[in-house]
Design a protein around this ligand. Structure first.
Ligand SMILES: Nc1nc2c(ncn2[C@@H]2O[C@H](COP(=O)(O)OP(=O)(O)OP(=O)(O)O)[C@@H](O)[C@H]2O)c(=O)[nH]1
Ligand SMILES: [Mg+2]
Length: 229
């Protein structure tokens, strides 16, 4: 039987094994379809209490972060999406049950954003990543046609420096052929060879491919040990 593109999931040996073991030990299942919007923050003072466990979706503007949240929660319109880059202008929090949260971050690399706004978000997001206790990991969607840009690389460096696991979604996989998608998956995986706690998979919000794999990985991150600063 031919495998669907969404079934192809590369787990990087150490972290992948650890995550799956963690799920097995905890036997926690999270119903992502029950996600609810809670609050948005434009300033650090508006952030919800730093409790429970959170996974944040970060990445270049327009790569499909908000669409990925909608696909994973099976709720069109939960996170606001747009054809125009720069749609998400706040940090948006979505509650799952049992004190688990998903966090939608504004995108980076949007050239037309005013300098002052870019500086504000640059600082807010990096502070959030470096200091947020409940943050267990990052989902980093990248357009499969342009993965690992310089800004993505900087984001990865920040994660590795601050001991945050990262799960990369190669989004918009429907835009290229299955063969090319697999080639790109292999190429990205090879580039991340020495990087600990980093996994990567193919994803398409449009075709809903890779949704189950993304949920498994996010559950593993949410239920893992709290981060060591
Ligand atoms: N073909 C295709 N288009 C997608 C996919 N995911 C997102 N898009 C489209 O890409 C555009 C941007 O999607 P968003 O989810 O708003 O992207 P974002 O990363 O949240 O953008 P910002 O909030 O501006 O940073 C929209 O027009 C989506 O419909 C996908 O898997 N396939
Ligand atoms: Mg968005």
């Amino acid at each position: 039987m031919e495998r669907d593109i969404g079934d192809v999931f590369v787990e990087r040996a150490r972290s992948g094994l650890f995550f799956n073991f963690a799920i097995f030990m905890n036997a926690i299942t999270i119903d992502y379809r029950r996600a609810k919007y809670v609050v948005s923050a434009h300033l650090p003072s508006q952030l919800p209490a730093d409790e429970g466990a959170e996974i944040a979706f970060a990445g270049r503007s327009n790569v499909g972060k908000s669409s990925a949240i909608n696909a994973i929660t099976n709720q069109n319109g939960l996170a606001k999406t747009s054809k125009t880059p720069g749609r998400t202008q706040q940090i948006n929090f979505f509650d799952l049950h049992d004190d688990f949260k998903l966090v939608d971050l504004p995108g980076y690399g949007f050239a037309k954003a005013p300098e002052q706004l870019r500086a504000h978000w640059g600082e807010f997001i990096s502070d959030f990543m470096l200091t947020r206790n409940s943050l267990r990991g990052l989902v980093l969607p990248m357009d499969i046609r342009r993965p690992l840009t310089e800004l993505d690389q900087r984001m990865l460096d920040l994660c590795w420096e601050s001991n945050l696991p990262v799960h990369i979604l190669l989004t918009k996989a429907d835009k290229i052929s299955r063969g090319k998608g697999l080639e790109m998956l292999r190429a990205v995986n090879n580039k991340l060879d020495d990087m600990p706690q980093t996994t990567v998979q193919l994803f398409s919000s449009l075709k809903k491919t890779g949704v189950d794999q993304a949920r498994i990985q996010i559950t593993a991150l949410l239920t893992a040990e709290s981060r060591a600063f």
